[in-house]
Ligand binder design. Structure first.
Ligand code: CAA
Length: 241
């Protein structure tokens, strides 16, 4: 039986690596994206993974988009909530817009994406929800009051939902990547990266998207059926939760 996996923010960065790894592991995969049509089409052409455009910060858009995915590929068995944005600013300079954009995408997006697939997973007696949180939700990060709050919220969401899904064989776990070599991280000012961040990573390098993707493939598998409500840190030793 082929399982269907949906990856939000699945056409670039960590999400693209996750979608590609799940396909290689035998899943039928759909990749959601919000904005960059050109990159999404290139990803689809390169990988053969169909892409679906909607904004995870809208509940209605998620319900409609997921209905389209399910109509074309079948019910979603594995949901990877990966879509996320940064709007970094010191708190004294942070605008209400920078706060709400990040909360709406990185935290409310998990509600919006998970709610439409949850009852189906419960009814079928199988499901995997894998939430991509962040080291900065665990330890907090200056310049990221919005992002750290959302990512910490993702961990609370994971733990609560895990308890609800357990009896129905629906597991819910979080992965907390550290600094991974993607466009999001490479947007950090070079001086901050070299002087403040890299020296704090004991393995001495940024992580690779594929290193997070392999964690997702494991948590999605039947072998991970006894793991739920967990937070898996993959951060090169930068923060020991
Ligand atoms: N760690 C340690 N110190 C940091 C820091 C960090 N991540 N970010 C900023 N600082 C320090 C700066 O070095 C600076 O200190 P000094 O003047 O003593 O050198 C001080 O904070 C203020 O920084 P700026 O001069 O850059 O101030 P600014 O107002 O121009 O910009 C900022 C502030 C927008 C937060 C900018 O510094 C920045 O983008 N920092 C990176 C923040 C960060 O780590 N974001 C993570 C992005 S990656 C991600 O989010 C993925 C993930 O899940 C890990």
């Amino acid at each position: 039986m082929t399982r269907v996996a949906l990856v939000s923010g699945g056409t670039r960065g960590i999400g693209a690596a996750i979608a590609t790894a799940l396909k290689a592991a035998g899943y039928v995969v759909a990749a959601n994206y919000a904005g960059n049509d050109e990159r999404a089409k290139a990803f689809e052409a390169e990988t053969g993974i169909p892409v679906f455009k909607w904004d995870v910060s809208s509940y209605e858009a998620c319900a409609e988009g997921i209905a389209q995915v399910e109509a074309s590929l079948g019910p979603v068995d594995v949901l990877v909530n990966n879509a996320g944005i940064t709007r970094d600013a010191m708190f004294h300079k942070m605008t209400p817009g920078q706060w709400s954009e990040v909360i709406n995408t990185n935290l409310t997006g998990l509600f919006n994406m998970t709610h439409p697939v949850w009852s189906g997973m419960r009814d079928r007696g199988f499901g995997r929800v894998i939430n991509i949180s962040s080291i900065n939700g665990q330890k907090g990060q200056m310049g990221q009051a919005n992002y750290s709050a959302a990512k910490a919220g993702d961990i609370g969401f994971t733990k609560a939902l895990a308890q609800e899904g357990a009896a129905k064989n629906v597991t819910v776990n979080a992965i907390c990547p550290g600094y991974i070599g993607t466009e999001m991280v490479l947007a950090v000012p070079e001086r901050v990266m070299n002087e403040r961040i890299l020296p704090q990573i004991p393995v001495g390098r940024l992580g690779q998207p594929e290193e997070i993707a392999r964690c997702v493939v494991f948590l999605a598998s039947d072998d991970a059926g006894f793991i739920t409500g967990a937070t898996l840190s993959a951060n090169g030793g930068q923060y020991l939760a």
